[in-house]
Design a protein around this ligand. Structure first.
Ligand SMILES: [Mg+2]
Length: 394
């Protein structure tokens, strides 16, 4: 199975803003924006430029709208300027998350213009639908439901394994595994491992994943005879039919209610990679990582954005090509780095705008990846881009 190949086939299916505004201008006045927007026809072709917004730290902080976020999205909708939301977050199905976001932001959103970290996993369901996959995340039981909605049929959680084979973990049970399934022998061959969002029980999950990566043909409880053989490529590690492992989000940190950034899924990956090196005598963990800043997530996002532009007027005829995208994010390492290094196969130019409302703190120094612009907030970011495009309200 080629994940990259699957990703490449994925997703087929004031005037200008406010005159005289500056990059650090204050938050847009909602009433002014809405009154201007009301003159705009919804049948108007979408603009040749578009926006991609991160969510946490850009539109929301601790589940509450960041001032100006709602008005900014309303403005873009009225002006027929396309946008999508692209987050490294996850843990809920897209439908549930979009409903929640629409309510919180008081803006009608759709799954057509929403991508979360694990959305691209759905592209792998057809290859693995009749195979066993191990899933983990913040709430593995909920993740099981998402995976099934994506099309995976036999989804196994760490709790299922612990419930069926309690001796596999010699410490106090780390999980509430009351809802776990009882597994049979045939369930022990795992063909894919998916980390949907931030696992809670790192130690147990790392034990299970390493067990599978050491196994013969992915059968839990076995050991491959190839492990450590110096006459084989990669010294024999991960060469004997072990399951591929997929991570959805590389973020080491994320912004929370606490005053300092907290560890994200990237920290879990680091811990697993460190243990794997210890176990194998220094071997790198072979795995697939998607999510910002990785190329394939941006490629996926561009395709969703192009499809969304078509959906906005119901036809691709006369729509014109998407020329410019503005990625608005708060994380230099994911949002900004990803947009800066992404090269569109269709000639679309990507620009990055770093906002000050999230994980990046100006007082701790310059951003680790330099954006095309820095804005006080999402409203100022859009204002800067719309002026740059010489956009005029109709
Ligand atoms: Mg963010």
């Amino acid at each position: 199975m080629s994940f990259i190949l699957k990703m490449n086939h994925a997703c087929r299916r004031t005037n200008a803003l406010l005159s005289g505004s500056r990059l650090n201008a204050k938050i847009c006045n909602r009433q002014v924006l809405v009154s201007r927007c009301l003159t705009t026809s919804n049948r108007r072709a979408p603009s040749p430029f578009a926006f991609v917004f991160d969510i946490d730290g850009v539109l929301l902080h601790e589940s509450r709208p960041i001032p100006g976020a709602t008005e900014t999205l309303e403005f873009l909708q009225k002006e027929h300027i396309p946008f999508i939301l692209l987050t490294n977050g996850g843990g809920k199905h897209e439908t549930e998350r979009v409903q929640e976001l629409s309510k919180r932001l008081q803006v009608q959103l759709s799954t057509n213009n929403f991508i979360q970290s694990h959305t691209p996993f759905r592209q792998l369901a057809s290859d693995l639908q009749n195979k066993n996959v191990l899933v983990t995340g913040s709430n593995a039981e909920k993740i099981r439901g998402i995976a099934k909605q994506y099309g995976f049929k036999n989804v196994i959680t760490p709790a299922d394994i612990l419930r069926s084979y309690p001796d596999i973990w010699p410490f106090e049970p780390p999980l509430d595994f009351s809802s776990g399934r009882v597994l049979s022998q045939k369930d022990l061959k795992i063909d894919g491992i998916f980390v949907y969002n931030d696992p809670r029980d790192w130690a147990f999950d790392i034990q299970l994943i390493v067990d599978l990566l050491l196994s013969e043909n992915g059968v839990l409880g076995t050991l491959s005879a190839s492990n450590g053989r110096r006459d084989l490529p990669n010294n024999g590690w991960q060469l004997d039919g072990q399951p591929s492992i997929f991570f959805s989000n590389p973020d080491l940190y994320w912004s929370t209610a606490y005053h300092l950034p907290r560890f994200g899924q990237g920290a879990f990956q680091g811990a697993l990679s460190g243990v794997w090196k210890q176990v194998t005598g220094g071997q790198e963990l072979k795995c697939h990582i998607i999510g910002k800043p990785h190329h394939h997530t941006f490629e996926y996002a561009e395709r969703v954005l192009n499809d969304h532009r078509t959906t906005m007027i119901g036809t691709s005829a006369g729509i014109g090509s998407l020329q410019t995208v503005y990625m608005v994010g708060d994380n230099p390492e994911s949002d900004i780095r990803g947009a800066n290094r992404y090269k569109s196969a269709h000639g679309t130019k990507w620009n990055s705008i770093l906002v000050k409302t999230g994980v990046w703190d100006q007082e701790r120094g310059n951003p680790t990846c330099v954006p095309d612009a820095i804005a006080d907030n999402v409203s100022a970011a859009v204002k800067w881009a719309v002026e740059r495009e010489n956009w005029r309200s109709s």
